[in-house]
Design a protein around this ligand. Structure first.
Ligand SMILES: C[S@@+](CC[C@H](N)C(=O)[O-])C[C@H]1O[C@@H](n2cnc3c(N)ncnc32)[C@H](O)[C@@H]1O
Length: 432
């Protein structure tokens, strides 16, 4: 199929927006099947072993090697979310579409990301409200993040603003599979030219955008790859990536806009020496905009508050909170061993398996009705459950915090709001 350059003037812009087919699936949710290029989460279950999980980007002919055997990508391609298969060593594997949290936790990293629970709290602290579609009075929401790092917080922010933007144009690029070379040009314009042009037109109509800045090119590049890799770039076009020091970027941006008027709705910092950038940020933040600073140490938040006071910056403290990860719990329904008849058909080994209603009983790990953790650790609460009196029906609940070894991160969040300059002047006069 041939296509033409999409401009408002050419009159085919709306044709491109509405009619051109998008020949690739974006991700598997909604009954689709996994394809070459998708990222999938493999969950391993094996008799007497904990579950393990691996994130894999599918490519034809590829293989996954783990301590639980080998799996071929070709077997995964064509599967739907929650389908099962077995590894070469017989481990049962469930193939899943990774959640945003899975993806941020398990992608290979160059620096420490903000972990999903903290990222959600930070997004909530910004109190983002999206402009309504069609509202041309309100300026677009522009949120600055520094540094990009792993791209974890970037993805959470990009998801939060996604609803503000019009649907992405359905335009094929040369990387779109199933497109013939002879189809890839029209009137001398390559498919990539058409794609770039249409995307830049679309970007002008965005109602919300995340500007993410990192002064280390390798971190910026990895962050961009991470954002683009999630569900085939579902949220990527809500983000502009910049390689720069954060203060320099703001100054350049104000020059480019030929205005010293504040243009940022909110700012989020996760970087060392955040206090060094506060005066530049305060100049660019709109009145009542939120400045959220994440730091591993409370004294770093203190350094920011001190700098705000020393320089009489127009920022007022809203809250300072410690981000503590929620503790996962094991909630397992089981029959106490003390009362279990020999022939009792035990059906579960872990909380994860408990929700596996779609798996035939004979496929479940059936050796024990308590988790391997319980067996190994001799956990006292589980022991008391095993010694419990018979109840009707026979099953009881094991409720205990999980032994969670994954790094869940922690830290402190300082939240300030931009004041009117006159408020600061009045305050300074009163104090003086
Ligand atoms: C801890 S990482 C950020 C992780 C990120 N929030 C995430 O969720 O994945 C800190 C980043 O700040 C960047 N950085 C440090 N100083 C900076 C500066 N002056 N301007 C911009 N980025 C900076 C570092 O290169 C690093 O990538």
């Amino acid at each position: 199929m041939a296509f033409t350059l999409c401009t408002r003037q050419s009159g085919v812009y709306s044709f491109c927006r509405n009619v051109l087919p998008l020949n690739f699936r974006r991700h598997a949710t909604g009954g689709n099947v996994f394809a070459d290029g998708d990222t999938v989460l493999l969950k391993y279950f094996r008799r007497g072993q904990d579950d393990a999980e691996v994130l894999v980007k599918l490519r034809k002919g590829g293989e996954v090697h783990t301590g639980r055997g080998r799996t071929y990508h070709n077997e995964l391609i064509g599967k739907s979310p929650r389908d099962h298969l077995k590894s070469s060593s017989g481990s049962r594997i469930r193939v899943m579409e990774p959640t945003l949290a899975d993806y941020c936790r398990l992608t290979p990293r160059l620096c420490t990301p903000i972990y999903p629970w903290s990222a959600n709290t930070i997004v909530s602290a910004l109190d983002i409200h999206l402009p309504e579609i069609g509202d041309s009075e309100t300026p677009p929401l522009e949120i600055l993040e520094s540094g990009t790092g792993h791209g974890s917080l970037t993805l959470h922010l990009a998801r939060a603003i996604h609803g503000a933007n019009p649907p992405r144009p359905r335009v094929p690029s040369s990387s779109t599979p199933e497109r013939n070379m002879e189809d890839a040009t029209y009137n001398g314009h390559s498919a990539d030219d058409v794609f770039e042009h249409t995307m830049s037109e679309w970007k002008k109509n965005r109602r919300a955008v995340i500007h993410t800045v990192d002064n280390r090119p390798n971190h910026a590049k990895r962050g961009k790859e991470i954002v683009r890799g999630f569900r085939r770039g579902l949220y990527a076009d809500n983000v502009e990536f910049h390689v720069s020091d954060v203060s320099s970027w703001i100054t350049r941006e104000q020059e480019r806009r030929e205005s010293e008027e504040p243009f940022l709705s909110h700012v989020v910092l996760d970087m060392p020496s955040a206090q060094a950038h506060l005066s530049t940020i305060a100049r660019a933040l709109r009145v009542d905009g939120v400045l959220a600073i994440f730091n591993p140490s409370i004294t770093q938040i203190g350094d920011c508050e001190k700098r705000i006071r020393l320089e009489a910056l127009p920022l007022t403290q809203d809250q300072v909170i410690e981000l503590v990860s929620p503790r996962p719990w094991d909630l397992t329904c089981t029959v106490p061993r003390s009362i279990r008849p020999r022939e009792y058909p035990s059906t579960q080994t872990s909380a994860v398996e408990t929700e596996t209603v779609d798996v035939p009983t004979e496929e479940l790990c059936t050796e024990e009705s308590v988790t391997p953790e319980t067996e190994n650790a001799g956990d006292r609460s589980a022991q008391s459950v095993m010694n419990a009196e018979r109840v009707e029906p026979d099953s009881v609940m094991i409720c205990r915090p999980k032994f969670y070894t994954g790094n869940t991160g922690g830290g402190f969040l300082g939240v300030w709001r931009r004041m009117h300059l006159r408020t600061v002047e009045e305050m300074t006069k009163t104090q003086g």
